[in-house]
Design a protein around this ligand. Structure first.
Ligand SMILES: [Zn+2]
Length: 145
């Protein structure tokens, strides 16, 4: 994993780097060949109604964005959630395709269009892994404090 973090605050950047590296290790994708850029964005919740997002910009090249105004716990949780999507991209489980203005999702070869958020298998996977990852990560950070 080649990691790049775009965040003006150096302390926060170091924290995101450490957390992301740990999550990638935990999801067993740290040794895989891909580039990941993490972008902290102002006003994302307001604009997109999402705390975070993960997407593919080209082959083996992914972006994770999250709202820069999130509190610490929510930021960690969001990072864990989006990293599960990165794991899905890296392992070829999940991809999206924009065709004539429509966003199609492919999960293990099955095509989906406009699925309900909580019923989409990639979101079920992310939601179920996010909690345990965040819990473990929080535990580690408490120990080192
Ligand atoms: Zn998600």
């Amino acid at each position: 994993m080649q990691l790049k973090i775009t965040c003006r605050n150096a302390g926060k950047r170091a924290l995101i780097e450490a957390a992301t590296t740990w999550i990638a290790q935990e999801l067993k994708i740290r040794e895989k060949n891909f580039a990941l850029t993490i972008v902290s964005r102002r006003g994302m919740v307001k604009e997109d109604g999402a705390r975070g997002m993960a997407y593919i910009i080209q082959d083996k090249n992914y972006i994770v964005t999250f709202d820069s105004g999130l509190n610490f716990d929510t930021m960690i949780r969001t990072l864990c959630h989006e990293m599960v999507h990165v794991k899905q991209f890296v392992r070829g489980q999940y991809r999206t395709e924009l065709k004539r203005g429509r966003l199609y999702h492919f999960w293990n070869g099955t095509k989906y269009y406009n699925p309900k958020y909580h019923e989409a298998p990639w979101e079920i996977d992310a939601a179920s892994k996010e909690s345990l990852l965040a819990l473990k990560l929080n535990g580690l950070m408490c120990l080192s404090r």
